[in-house]
Ligand binder design. Structure first.
Ligand SMILES: [Zn+2]
Length: 505
């Protein structure tokens, strides 16, 4: 017997609006000052009326379009009724049978990028069942000291706009679930619809997990679905799924209980990262228990194709598409394209500016993923406030391409531009030439000087020459090194060619 892992995800994403979805209260993350971002609407006081924040709807549509969803022409708001201390109204405003968007898909590269460009990495198409808008609840703060018996409620977050994204059960491993979430997060940050800060709860996920056990005759037996609630990190999501898979497999081997059979109903669990295990939560209410009904305080929404087209027009290129384009437009490897795109839109924009302006995408990618990356890390700076702007780096790379300086000299200029910023000198394109000149880094085009240096070095290197002629090819390195020392700024390629030619005489 073997099995296939079946995973579907429900992701809650906080939209980055300035104010809440149905009132004017701030959405700022503010756990140190509880209950200051509240008003009669989000407190659920009698008579207070919600008004939809148009920006939330706008960002919701942008998200859905990014997911390849269709936007419904007509959508409405429903009340989802349940009692919980962090839900002052006694119901959550959500969308039940007519979500504002449905039927999309996201393609996710699964597994690592291969070095072989002829071998594109496998892609998993994950269908999106729906995406709907709703308001967030507040937060219950429990006394975990063990002494007290009080719990507190912070309603700062109550009424924050969320989009809930529901996938079909198309993922086949915990690693795929993680890769899907990473791609989703990247897309949402490119679109600037959410900051996706997982520590602050801006992106959290529930995972529905079960196994299809494959019998000897090829038939498949599904194990009961378990929903793991509120996973707030990619690592925990992976760990929780791995734990559930192992637990369900063991349980099935012992009991043989299939989904729907006695004892085979859907269960809801939480994940304990400390122990690496899941634990049972309240039994999941069936949808009917929420007694959904249309919210009489909010008018249904209609969306025209023109409105959708206008939103689509203002969207940026999605990361999946941009990765492919970088490979084609700049001849990058799949790996380099992924490294650049996965660091976010500002890095991708920086790269394209440099690559376009210096005309050498590969060189730009090398610098971005190596020198620039290391410098940013060392200086604790992001690309947005990195002192060397794209046009300056492009100027430097252009001088390498035109064989005015070597890569090694370019590194020296780069470091010097950076340290100059500490002295208050801002890096600029003219500064590059200044530094090249003052440090004597210009490649010596004067072949006469190189020839003279070679003659000089050869006249005192009889042993190295003899070694080379006796078959020790490494001896040539020492000769080239000597000549390079003699002519500062000589192009190593030219020197190498000339030294080899002289040795062949
Ligand atoms: Zn409010």
């Amino acid at each position: 017997m073997t099995y296939e892992i079946i995973i579907g995800l429900e992701i809650h994403v906080q939209l980055q609006t300035r104010t809440k979805i149905f009132c004017g209260c701030s959405t700022a993350f503010n756990p140190d000052h509880p209950n200051v971002q509240v008003c009669p609407v989000c407190l659920g006081l009698p008579g207070a009326l919600p008004v939809l924040n148009a920006e939330a709807f706008h960002l919701g549509i942008k998200t859905a379009l990014g997911l390849g969803c269709e936007i419904a022409k007509f959508t409405k708001w429903d009340r989802k009724q349940y009692f919980y201390p962090d839900l002052p109204k006694g119901y959550q405003i959500s969308q039940f049978d007519l979500p504002f968007s449905h039927d999309g898909h996201v393609e996710v590269v699964i597994g690592a990028a291969s070095a072989d460009p002829a071998q594109p990495p496998p892609v998993r198409r994950v269908r999106i069942l729906r995406a709907h808008l709703e308001e967030d609840a507040g937060k219950n703060v429990h006394d975990e000291s063990g002494r007290g018996r009080e719990s507190k409620v912070d309603l700062n977050r109550a009424g924050t706009p969320l989009v809930e994204i529901v996938t079909e059960p198309d993922l086949r491993s915990s690693a795929e679930a993680r890769q899907f979430l990473e791609e989703l997060k990247l897309m949402l940050t490119y679109l600037e619809v959410s900051d996706c800060n997982m520590q602050e709860g801006s992106l959290r996920c529930d995972a529905n997990v079960n196994l299809h056990v494959i019998q000897a005759d090829g038939s498949r037996v599904p194990t009961p679905i378990v929903e793991i609630k509120n996973l707030n990190s990619f690592r925990f999501t992976e760990q929780a799924i791995d734990y559930e898979v192992a637990r369900q497999w063991e349980s099935f081997q012992q009991t043989g209980i299939r989904m729907g059979a006695k004892g085979g109903h859907k269960r809801t669990v939480g994940f304990d990262p400390g122990r690496g295990t899941t634990y049972p939560l309240r039994e999941k209410e069936e949808a009917a228990d929420y007694r959904y009904f249309p919210d009489p305080d909010l008018v249904p929404m209609t969306t025209t194709t023109d409105q959708v087209a206008a939103i689509r027009a203002e969207m940026c290129e999605l990361p999946s598409h941009r990765r492919q384009r970088l490979i084609q437009d700049y001849q990058l490897s799949t790996y380099d394209a992924a490294v650049i795109i996965d660091q976010g839109r500002p890095v991708a924009d920086y790269f394209e500016e440099v690559a376009k302006s210096c005309g050498d995408g590969k060189q730009a990618a090398n610098w971005l993923t190596q020198d620039l990356q290391a410098a940013m890390k060392e200086r604790g700076e992001s690309i947005v406030n990195f002192p060397i702007r794209p046009e300056v780096l492009a100027g430097l790379l252009e001088r390498i391409n035109k064989k005015r300086i070597t890569i090694k000299s370019a590194r020296e200029v780069f470091t010097s531009l950076l340290s100059g910023t500490a002295e208050g000198l801002s890096p600029s394109v003219p500064r590059i030439d200044e530094l090249i000149a003052s440090r004597g880094l210009e490649i010596v085009q004067d072949t006469g000087a190189i020839d003279a240096a070679i003659s000089e070095v050869f006249s005192r290197s009889a042993k190295a020459i003899a070694d080379f002629k006796a078959g020790n090819e490494k001896a040539v390195g020492a000769l080239i090194g000597q000549v390079m020392k003699g002519v500062k700024g000589a192009d190593p390629q030219t020197v190498r060619e000339k030294v080899l030619a002289r040795l062949a005489e």
